[in-house]
Design a protein around this ligand. Sequence first.
Ligand code: FPP
Length: 230
Amino acid sequence: MKFDPAKLPVHVAFIMDGNGRWATARGLDRREGHRKGVKTMFSVVGSAFKIGVKYVTVYAFSTENWNRPKKEVDELMRLFHRYFTTRLSKLTSKGIKVNVIGSTKGLSDTILSDIRDLSRVETGKVNGVLNIALNYGGRDEIIEAVNAAIKNGKEVDEKSFSDMLFTSGCPDPDLIVRTGGEKRLSNFLLYQAAYAELYFTDTLWPDFDTEELYGILSDYSNRNRKFGKV
Ligand code: FPP
């Protein structure tokens, strides 16, 4: 599959929804859905970079997800620890810089230390950036930035405010894809999504694949982005 690079989104963000339903439909524990979801994430993110997308952001854990049953939260944290210290720390050898974005509040010392270690991995030439939104909430992000601006005592503009968000240095998402059938943003990249194209699919995240991604990129390439102009 080849795409005209000018028609590809620079930054694609994914709301990876439907892991729980995928597992339940198979009589499995919800945690199995997250385990399969991780595999899908590596495959889909890899395909996105391969085709020429430069920035990918995945919504891995929201500030609201703490309200899930403890065993499910524990499993997600176990998966983060496992992959932060293995596959994700090795993506740098392929020129992919991994950033974990979100609040540090409530995260264990182990996860905080994994995030620090990941941020220190030397990348060399950067071919792509993967943002993992963990303990992320769009409103929380905006409020933190507003408070930082007040502390600085300086007025902000769009550019300087963007630089105070967790996604500082990263262009706004051109395309946000949500799997799992719901049609909402659920507190994801609220400020950054101002002009993003949105794509909703009923496919549950564990069933999402490269072929569907290519179809969505093709749909995106035919959209007319106006940014408020005629
Ligand atoms: C939403 O599905 C999914 C999540 C809350 C977790 C997503 C996390 C991953 C795919 C793992 C990412 C892993 C790493 C290492 C970054 P849901 O559980 O809300 O599904 P449901 O709507 O069917 O219940």
